[in-house]
Design a protein around this ligand. Sequence first.
Ligand code: GLA
Length: 375
Amino acid sequence: MDKKFLIAITVLTSVLMVNCTKKEQGNQASVENFGTLSSGAEIKKYTISNSKGLTAEIINYGARVVSLKTPDRTGKFEDIIFGFDDLASYERDNSYQGAIVGRYGNRIGEGKFILEGKTYQLDINDGKNHLHGGKDGFYRQVWECRNADPRSIQLSYISPDGEGGYPGRVEINVTYTITDNNELKIEYSGKTDKTTILNPTSHCYFNLSGFPENSILNHDLMINANYFTPVDAGLIPTGEIRPVASTPMDFRTPKAIGKDIEAKDEQILYGHGYDHNWVLNDYSGQVRLAATLYEAGSGRLMEVLTDQPGLQFYSGNFLDGSMTGKGGVKYNFRTALCLEAQAFPDSPNKPNFPSVVLRPGEEYKQITIYRFSTK
Ligand code: GLA
C-alpha cells in the first residue's frame, strides 16, 4: 500500500477516534462512560444538541436514544422518551427501548423466508415468529462510534454472516443529528457481501407530555396513509392492503389515539390496540411527511418524516407496569407509543409488498426525521 495513503488513513482514524472518546472541547462531542456490560464491554453515552437546546443522549449499546429533551410551549425542556437510568436495565430490556432494531424491524412469519431459491430460518423470539432481528438483534449489539461532534454521532455495527439466521456480512451505519430545525434526524446506510434482507428502524417510545405517568390516549395522531396492512392473530400481515376509511385505522386527519382504541374491531383486538403498519402515501424514495403527533397539555408537536414505505404505530399495549424506567417511574399500559418508519412487516414473504432485498454492491439507505415544535 502507498505509504502516504497509509499515513493519511492512520491520521484520519486517530482524529475520528479522538472525536469519539474526548469530553466536549471546541467541536468535539460530549462523551461519558455509561457503564460496563456483563460481557465486559464499556459503553459510552454521547450528548448531541443544537443552539436552541434540543438535546439527545445516545449510547453505543443498541445505538439507543436514552433521552430526548424538547421544550413545551412555555419553553420548559422535558425528556419525552422512555428508557432507563442504568445500563444493566437496558441489557435486561425486552421492549427495545430507544434502540435501532434489525436486521429486520418488526415481524417475519415463523422467521422463514426464501431468497434466491434458498430457505432461511431466523431466530424465533415472538411466539412462533421473528421480531426486530431476533434475540441478538442490532438492539443488543455494541456499536462502534465512527465520528462524533456536538451535533451528530455516527455509529456502526458489523453483523457477521449468519447472525440471527440472516445471510451475508452486513455493515450498518446510523448517524443521529440534532439539526438547527429542531429535528432528530436518523440516517441509515448499509451494505452486504451476499444477497440478504435489511429493514432497520428506530424504536423510541414517545410521551410528548413530558410526564411518563400520563396516558398517551389523549395525544392527537395523524398518519399520512390511505391504507394499512391488516394482520392475523400473530400480528403477521395477511398480504391485503386495506383502505383505512371507515375503520379505527383512519388517522388521515388528527384524532385522539383513545378515540377508537377500544373499538370492537378484529384488527384492534389482534393488536390489543394499535400495533399495525400503515402504507404511507406518496412512496417514491423521497422524504415526506408520514405522521404528526400533538399533545395539547404541553403544546408539543412532533412531525415524523421518512423516505420509507411504511410506518408501524404501536400504542404501548405491552407496557404493563412491570418495568421501572427513568427516575423510578413504572411504565404503565399505553403511557408511550412508537412510530417506526420501515418497510412493511413480513415483506420477504409478501411479493406484493415493496422489496427489502439488498444485494452486494448496492447500498441500503434510509432517512427518518422526528421534528419538534409547539403550538
Ligand atoms: C413493535 C411490535 C410490537 C411490540 C413492540 C415491542 O412495535 O410491533 O408488537 O413487539 O415492538 O414490545
